[in-house]
Each structure stands twice: as C-alpha cells, then as structure tokens.
Design a protein around this ligand. Structure first.
Ligand code: AMP
Ligand code: ZN
Ligand code: FE
Ligand code: FE
Length: 274
C-alpha cells in the first residue's frame, strides 16, 4: 500500500499552506505522490513542482473547477496545459468571481455588515478570493460567532448575500480539460448527494465527454460508499482516485493522505513512475 494525495489546496486558492509548505508536510506525512488542485487557478503549480523535486516527492500539477449544476459538482484536472483552452476559461471564471465578490460585499454592507474588498483580498493573500475569505473577515469583525454561521446566515446558496458566479457546464469542464491535454476526474462524488442510480447516470454522461476517473477515496465517502463508488467506477472503465481535499486550517479536522494499492492507478498516465 502507498500513501498518496491527489486533492490539495494551497494559498493560491483557499488553503492556508503555501505549495512549498504543503509538500514539506506531505513528505513528513509519508506521501509518495501529491497533486495540487487549487480552485480555478494553476498559478501555484510551478512552486509546487519545484518543491516536489527538491523534496523527493512525486508531484502532479492540477486544478479544480466547479461545474454548473443544481448540486455540488467539481471536476479535477491533472496535467492540464497552462496554455490550453481551459486556461482561457479560467481567466473568464476568475473575472466572474471578482465581479461576484463585489456584489457580495455591497450586499453585506446593505445588511449592516460592511466588508471591504481590500480587507478580503488581504485575507486571501492571493488573487483568488472566495467566500471562505469573506467569511473569515466577517468572523474577525465580529459579525458572526463562527465561520459556518457566515455561510448559513449570509453566504450559502439561498442566503441574502449569495450571488452566483459564472461556471462551466460539467460537460465543458471535462471537454476543456481533455482538449488541454489533461485528465478530468470527478471530485468527491458523495457531495452531489445524488442517489446511486442518478450518480451512475451522471458518471456515465461525464464519461461520454471524456471523464478519466472518479475520486472514490475522499473524506466525504464512508467505507460502504467507497465500495460502491469503486465498483461503479471500474464497471464504467474509469480510474478510481483519491485525495483528502486538505485546506490546512481552513478545513479543520482534515489531514493529508489516502492509502491505496500502488497498482490502483495507472501512474504513467499521470506522468509518474513509482
Ligand atoms: P466560492 O468558490 O467563492 O463560491 O466558495 C466556495 C467555497 O466556500 C467552498 O469550496 C467551501 O470551502 C465554502 N463553502 C461553500 N458553502 C459552504 C457552507 N454551506 N458552509 C461552509 N463552507 C462553505
Ligand atoms: Zn476550497
Ligand atoms: Fe471541491
Ligand atoms: Fe477541493
């Protein structure tokens, strides 16, 4: 068995560790393979791969994009070309994110909780600003008693300061990753909260657009879920993958690493020789 982690977030999106710090922690935790999968940006991959090389960990560049769907549907992309069509789409997605963030801040001010975009940017410490950063500023300013209250009362879908941001259709996310030379994997399938029949249909549809794998090992999947996910994945001829979705202190209680047979994944396709 080997310990790997193909789903990690850094300070380039909403994680609290830099790519370098992630790799150092990964090496200390005994990981053989790591992939960086920041939301909507591939900007951390250079630092990440350099750190992997210097620390003797096998590294895979990646990204995570959110699909437009009535449920949570995220697609991971591994080895996506930084000059391919997905990269162009990410520029559009980040612009939409920025415009959405301004709307949220305006609405929060109307609701008596003034939050300035500059404060949120400082909180993020990078160009990629998201609702987790807004929630942290709200907590610091005492508008809410804890991080989750910011989502429940203000920021989650259906709450008064919620605004949607532009997303790719799941089909386009999968296609653009493939057209950029990458490998698309459905992230944390249990987060869709679909029943097994619907989930099976969704994975089959995504496969028709080029899906390569399904993240069967993730903290949101229990042991029985994992058995069923791996069965479905293999039945459809796809690759079962796994990752922790580690965000550092932004998602307390999640530690790095998932354990699997070394032969479970065709590593060469991911550019890795074990
Ligand atoms: P954004 O990409 O800016 O729309 O923010 C999405 C992120 O917000 C997700 O990755 C989660 O980390 C966080 N998030 C979304 N909904 C909730 C919720 N109901 N409770 C806590 N965190 C949430
Ligand atoms: Zn995140
Ligand atoms: Fe996700
Ligand atoms: Fe994630």
């Amino acid at each position: 068995m080997i310990l790997v982690d193909l789903h990690l977030h850094s300070t380039f999106s909403d994680g609290t560790l830099t790519p370098h710090e992630l790799v150092r922690l990964g090496r200390r935790s005994g990981l053989s393979v790591m992939a960086l999968t920041d939301h909507d940006t591939m900007d951390g991959n250079g630092e990440f791969l350099a750190a992997c090389t210097s620390q003797g960990v096998k590294g895979i560049p990646g990204v995570e994009v959110s699909g437009e769907a009535p449920y949570t549907l995220h697609i991971l992309g591994y080895r996506v070309s930084p000059t391919g069509p997905l990269s162009d789409a990410l520029v559009w997605i980040r612009q939409g994110r920025e415009e959405r963030n301004f709307k949220i801040c305006d609405r929060l001010s109307d609701l008596g909780c003034p939050v300035d975009m500059e404060e949120v940017r400082a909180e993020a410490g990078s160009d990629l600003v998201g609702r987790p950063h807004i929630a942290k500023v709200m907590l610091r300013k005492g508008y809410v008693g804890d991080y989750y209250e910011a989502f429940h009362r203000f920021l989650k879908r259906g709450a008064p300061a919620y605004f949607p941001r532009p997303r790719l259709s799941p089909a386009d996310a999968v296609r653009l990753i493939r057209e950029s030379g990458g490998l698309p994997v459905m992230a944390h399938p249990m987060q869709t909260q679909l029943g097994w029949d619907d989930l099976y249909g969704l994975v089959r549809d995504l496969r028709s657009f080029g899906l390569w794998g399904v993240e069967c090992l993730h903290p949101t999947a229990g042991i029985l879920d994992r058995v069923e996910l791996i069965r479905v994945t293999r039945e459809l001829g796809l690759v079962p993958t796994g990752g922790s979705d580690f965000h550092g202190d932004n998602k307390p209680g999640i530690s790095m690493g998932v354990s699997m047979e070394a032969t479970a994944i065709p590593w060469a396709r991911l550019g890795i020789s074990l």
